[in-house]
Design a protein around this ligand. Structure first.
Ligand code: NDP
Ligand code: 2IT
Length: 450
């Protein structure tokens, strides 16, 4: 099957799944030269197999809200590929969750996890539950009901979920408690656990830190550094917060942050005190980002979800780090970034840039890092948490951080090397797709027609 036939089949098999088709399209185009060079991969239909989930579980989640009303949600786990290790990937709780969203995320996760060098397969899950405005008790009851079903399908050697949008330390705690009670055993079945009960130091920080380590590697490749660079960041959740922290630590200036209501532009830049305010606002008080602008007297704009561009990406800067959600940088936004002098875009979120956006960035010489490489620090540190759980030990902050730094450097180097080998020097997207694909393809080839 050639490129267009594989893509046509993906479209046929997955109607009404635009996000999954988008993620598939990017990888299919990148790995064509690998298939041409290795006809046995094509004959074994390895790419076609990777595009089909090994298993997709969908289940009802019934729970009772504080007012005594019965609520019904839909939960999922996509077990995408287990060629190189147990399924691994986060859980997303957001009203926009659909099979398309989770399949795109699980598909990306296959290659991302392969790039980390830790043996982990690809998976993702979640529910169309909206944690916004829910009490802690409602979130707890939902998590317990969700795990009531998910527990049948996972264990620490089979499938190890973690957090993603809407699933942080609070939710992992409730999910873990339910799993432990149902299975009557204490294992590392989830990552992102609390430090006193099997969690790893640095896991909370890892995605944001890893993103900025990766960007620093890209800049060092060009004899430059993030020091003094003005950075646009979107989002204000887990990934954005620790990306901002690392930008500050390395001497850069982060000037924006956002939530689903709007964004702030603080020309003076974040400092440690302002970041602590943002973290308290978002993690403890669960408030809206506008409060930051009121407190620090900076500019705030509402986001118009129907607008054809996002004004956050239309600000003069050197670097951009989308850390909120998929497709938050479209073609128009990419054009605005180029016009405003942005020279590097590192994806903290999964697939935040549309295919049109990516093409505009690459055509204009923007140094572009795809999420499956640049945000891999989170799942890599989840892998380190699993290792510590298996060993029954816990490493120091310095130990985990130094491993994270070397994993990000390795992903950077491996992606760059693959891009060069396939005649696309400097193209991290093609390099990451090829390097991740090759690792999984060789494992599948060795394991036969499964
Ligand atoms: P959080 O839930 O902690 O934060 C998400 C942030 O993005 C919030 O500021 C949220 O705003 C905003 N956001 C979410 N959905 C939308 C939307 N549809 N439109 C506008 N803003 C939105 O999630 P994370 O920080 O963990 O995840 C952010 C991104 O990073 C996701 O793409 C995730 O897949 C990816 N990622 C996460 C990893 C992790 O370890 N957590 C690892 C690798 C990637 P609001 O508060 O209003 O909801
Ligand atoms: O997208 C991701 O890589 C994550 N949400 C983290 C997954 C994990 O298992 O730590």
């Amino acid at each position: 099957m050639d490129h267009s036939e594989i893509l046509a089949q993906v479209r046929r098999r997955n109607p009404n799944e635009p996000e999954f088709i988008q993620a598939a399209e990017e990888v299919i185009a990148s790995v064509l030269p690998v298939l041409a060079k290795n006809p046995e991969f094509a004959k074994l239909k390895l790419l076609e197999r990777m595009l089909e989930p090994e298993r997709l579980i969908s289940f009802r989640v019934t729970w009772m809200d504080d007012a005594g009303n019965v609520q019904v949600n839909r939960g999922y786990r996509v077990q995408m590929n287990s060629a190189i290790g147990p399924y691994k990937g986060g859980l997303r709780f957001h009203p926009s969750v659909t099979p398309s969203i989770l399949k795109f995320l699980a598909f990306e996760q296959i290659f991302k996890n392969a790039l980390t060098g830790i043996p982990m397969g690809g998976g993702k899950g979640g529910a169309d539950f909206d944690p916004k405005g829910k009490s802690d008790n409602e979130v707890m009851r939902f998590c317990h009901a969700f795990m009531g079903e998910l527990a049948r399908h996972i264990n620490h050697r089979l499938d190890v979920p973690a957090g993603d949008i809407g699933v942080g330390g609070r939710e992992i705690g409730f999910l873990f408690g339910a799993y432990k009670k149902i299975k009557n055993e204490f294992t590392g079945v989830l990552t992102g656990k609390g430090l006193g009960w099997g969690g790893s130091l640095i896991r909370t920080e890892a995605t944001g830190y890893g993103l900025i380590y990766f960007a620093e590697n890209m800049l060092q490749e060009k004899k430059d550094s993030i020091k003094g660079k003005v950075c646009l960041v979107s989002g204000s959740g887990n990934v954005a917060q620790y990306a901002i922290e690392k930008i500050i630590q390395l001497g850069g200036k982060a000037v924006t942050a956002s939530d689903s209501s709007g964004f702030i532009y603080d020309e003076a830049g974040f400092n440690t005190e302002k970041l602590a305010f943002l973290e308290d606002l978002k993690n403890n008080r669960r408030g809206r980002i506008k409060e930051y602008a009121d407190k620090y007297k900076c500019s705030y704009k509402d986001l118009d979800p129907k607008a054809d561009q996002n004004p956050l990406w239309n600000i003069k800067a050197d670097c951009a780090f989308p850390c909120a959600t998929q497709n938050e940088v479209n073609g128009k936004d990419a054009g605005n970034l180029v016009k405003n002098g942005v020279k590097l875009l590192g994806e903290g979120a999964n697939m935040p840039t549309t295919i049109e956006g990516i093409n505009i960035l690459l055509d204009n010489g923007v140094n572009y890092a795809p999420g499956k490489a640049s945000n891999a620090g989170g799942v890599a540190t989840s892998g380190l948490e699993m290792t510590q759980n298996y060993m029954g030990t816990s490493w120091t902050r310095e130990e985990v951080d130094s491993r994270l730094i070397s994993i990000m450097k390795n992903i950077h180097d491996v992606s760059l090397a693959a891009a060069k080998e396939y005649g696309k020097p400097g193209n991290y997207m093609i390099g990451a797709n090829i390097a991740g694909f090759l690792k999984v393809a060789r494992a599948m080839q060795a394991q036969g027609v499964i």
